[in-house]
Design a protein around this ligand. Structure first.
Ligand code: CP
Length: 313
């Protein structure tokens, strides 16, 4: 049902396919409100969750999505595998596939690792975040949450704030949102905004108040200390003062801006707790929509027909 066999990233991903995923995700979202949140759509399919990097939301969300669709799921954690005994990535992948699986959901610290995996196995590969490259399912759940809140994406003004340089969430959101016709502005310290970003069709500002005045919604990114080898800004205190979504900054706005965050949050650094926990934040809606989005992606990539879905009990 989708143009591509795998979901590796949203760069060049067809708009029609994004629309199919979003429509299917809204159908599955309805199932999540039922007393029995399970449909037999992927009965007999087996999905391996291959995580080489820590995760809370993405991993649980994918596992729940698989269970809601009645797929068999297996979780693999690099830290407890034979990789620790020196087994190669290729041998690990080929041994897992020899057990007759249908799809692999993979998170890896190296950009391009899911693409590399497609060269070694026949199963469908879904990128659950590869280093600083892409996190396509996060961008899809973000777009679903925006569509749920506003009813449209075409012409919506979406700000992305923070550590753009190290953010796979930012890159996938830029590709997805631009394809869907949204306007995107990014903001952060100059050291955390890659040069030539404007070539992707986004506006850049280094003034957070300009971003907040312009945007309908702002996706606030985590400051990724673990990916920063050197200091990109003088101190956390200065970052919060210049770029933080603080109570004072939000109180100055003359509109109720929608606030998003992919998680995990550094409360008190990029966002104040009072804003993260307020009604204008849709952060937990994003988490719920993550399950529905991933159900849609798994279902469509594993051969489901969206016209038959959402009606089973
Ligand atoms: N948003 C996100 O990818 O969160 P996790 O790292 O917890 O999966």
């Amino acid at each position: 049902m989708l143009t591509h066999k795998h979901l590796l990233g949203l760069e060049g991903y067809p708009r029609e396919d994004l629309e199919t995923i979003l429509t299917t995700a809204f159908n599955f979202r309805e199932i999540l409100d039922r007393p029995i949140k399970k449909v037999p759509s992927l009965q007999g399919k087996t999905v391996v969750n291959l995580f080489f990097e820590n995760s809370t939301r993405t991993r649980i969300s994918f596992e729940l999505a698989q269970k809601r669709l009645s797929a068999d799921t297996v979780n693999f954690s690099a830290s407890t595998s034979s990789l620790k005994k020196g087994e190669s990535f290729k041998d690990t992948a080929q041994n897992i596939e020899a057990m007759k699986i249908d799809a692999v959901v993979m998170r890896h610290p190296d950009p391009g690792a899911p693409l590399h995996l497609t060269h070694h196995i026949d199963a469908v590969v879904i990128n659950a975040g590869d280093g600083t490259h892409e996190h396509p399912t996060q961008a899809i759940l973000d777009m679903m949450s925006l569509k749920e809140k506003f009813g449209y994406l075409e012409g919506l003004r979406v700000g992305i704030l923070g550590d753009i340089a190290h953010s796979r969430v930012a890159l996938s959101n830029i590709f997805g949102l631009k394809t869907m016709g949204a306007d995107v502005m990014v903001c952060g310290p100059p050291t955390l905004i890659p040069p030539r970003l404007t070539e992707l069709g986004v506006e850049v500002t280094y003034a957070v108040d300009e971003l907040l005045d312009w945007a309908d919604a702002v996706n606030v990114l985590r400051i990724q200390m673990e990916r920063m080898g050197i200091g990109y800004f003088p101190s956390i205190r200065e970052y919060r003062a210049r770029f933080g979504i603080t109570m004072e900054r939000m109180a100055r706005l003359k509109k109720e801006l929608v606030i998003m965050h992919p998680g995990p949050m550094n409360r008190g650094t990029e966002i104040d707790s009072v804003i993260a926990d307020s009604d204008q934040a849709i952060i937990l809606d994003q988490v719920l929509n993550g399950v529905a989005s991933r159900m849609a992606i798994l279902f469509l990539l594993l051969g489901g027909n969206p016209e038959n879905e959402g009606h089973e009990s």
